[in-house]
Ligand binder design. Structure first.
Ligand SMILES: Cc1cc2nc3c(=O)[nH]c(=O)nc-3n(C[C@H](O)[C@H](O)[C@H](O)COP(=O)(O)OP(=O)(O)OC[C@H]3O[C@@H](n4cnc5c(N)ncnc54)[C@H](O)[C@@H]3O)c2cc1C
Length: 343
């Protein structure tokens, strides 16, 4: 198995910060994964393409960067089954499917990153989530040293959540993802920015439109390092929502059907006056308050400091806790903001 010691993550994280791992492993066969499991590593981080990862300090744990490639297609009467390996690029995979007239993922075009990371936070955009089409996930378990299949129901998909991000974190890794695309397809145009398209529009046209809107709205991480939405949209209870809308009638809100309401994290940040705020080489994007950008900081700790500043402000104005969507990696492994603040 390919191994590098030491390994700089600078080229493989979209915040473009420097951090050094003592070693990096690049498994690309099941034998490689067994070899890796035999090492019984206790502190490591599985890295896809690093578009949702913030390396916070000068050093980082051992990196495991899977290199599983390949796409297989199986035609059935009513659906097309497509299995994509973890290290395929997500956007290229979406383009590949649409080119072959396998429709369904067009709303998820241009989401940066790998196929293997997509189920971890159940990526979503423009009214569609990975969970809508994910049939199963092929997993390698480090303890049993065997592969196993997680069917859709076992994946515990939710808004930016899955079992892979929670109870299975660091217990193994995703080798491939299998999708089921029904042949009866209808464009999903429910989301703002797509409603002007005719219901008979092709999936290719929807994909092109999504790409156009995303390019206009979001800063390109290759030009201005960022990881997309830094925070999840918080879900609050109905009582708090009523109190807040009495004061802020223009607050964007999305009822969740269980009495709870999802509110827009970007709007909350903007209302605290932090849109465009900059300090120590990092800042809140001037057009998209949900996106934190690295202008010229060498290290991720300045982004974390900014994230804490933002969460404190939002808490004091709205009494809402913002939770990062971005994975934060410290020398001891992944930590969330609360764990970091508590030392
Ligand atoms: C400009 C921009 C726009 C974005 N827009 C969206 C959006 O619209 N919707 C959305 O949902 N996200 C969005 N994101 C976030 C990001 O694109 C996704 O989270 C994507 O899935 C990250 O893929 P990655 O390979 O870079 O993951 P990484 O950052 O490398 O890893 C993310 C997580 O997945 C885990 N992981 C990676 N590979 C594996 C594997 N094989 N097995 C097990 N665990 C693994 C990592 O350990 C980590 O916890 C955006 C990011 C950017 C920079």
């Amino acid at each position: 198995m390919k191994t590098l010691s030491p390994f700089s993550v600078k080229e493989t994280n979209s915040f473009n910060v420097e951090s050094i791992a003592p070693r990096a492993y690049f498994p690309k066969t099941i034998d490689d994964l067994v070899e890796l499991a035999n090492l019984s590593l206790s502190n490591f981080y599985i890295l896809g393409e690093g578009f949702n990862t913030l390396f916070v300090k000068e050093t980082t744990p051992i990196i495991i960067k899977p290199e599983f490639k390949g796409i297989e297609i199986q035609e059935h009467e009513h659906c097309t089954i497509v299995k994509a390996a973890a290290s395929e690029n997500w956007h290229s995979f979406v383009g590949f499917c649409i080119e072959k007239r396998i429709n369904g993922l067009e709303n998820l075009a241009l989401i940066p990153g790998s196929v293997g990371a997509a189920p971890v936070q159940n990526i979503g955009a423009y009214g569609v989530e990975l969970a809508d089409y994910c049939q199963e996930v092929l997993w390698f378990d480090f303890k049993t040293k065997k592969t196993m299949v997680y069917k859709h129901v076992d994946c515990q998909f939710d808004y930016r959540e899955s079992i892979f991000k929670n109870s299975l974190k660091n217990k193994g890794l995703i080798i491939s993802v299998t999708f089921c695309f029904p042949k009866a397809w209808q464009a999903n145009l429910s989301y703002a920015g797509l409603e002007h398209l005719a219901p008979s529009v092709s999936a290719k046209k929807v994909m092109d439109e999504v790409i156009k809107v995303r390019q206009a709205k979001l800063p390109d991480p290759h030009l201005l390092p960022n990881a997309g939405s830094f925070f999840k949209n918080p879900v609050i209870d109905g009582e708090q929502w009523e109190m807040l809308t009495a004061e802020y009638p223009d607050m964007p809100s999305y009822p969740q059907g269980d009495g709870k309401v999802k509110v827009a994290a970007g709007w909350l940040i903007e209302k605290t006056g932090l849109k465009g705020y900059q300090d120590k080489g990092v800042g809140v994007h001037e057009k998209q308050a949900l996106v934190l950008v690295n202008y010229n900081a060498e290290q991720g700790k300045y982004i974390v400091d900014l994230a804490i500043h933002i969460t404190n402000k939002v808490k004091s104005v709205f009494n809402i806790d913002l939770e990062p969507e971005v994975r934060m990696v410290f020398p001891q492994g992944e930590k969330n903001l609360v764990e970091y603040k508590n030392g």
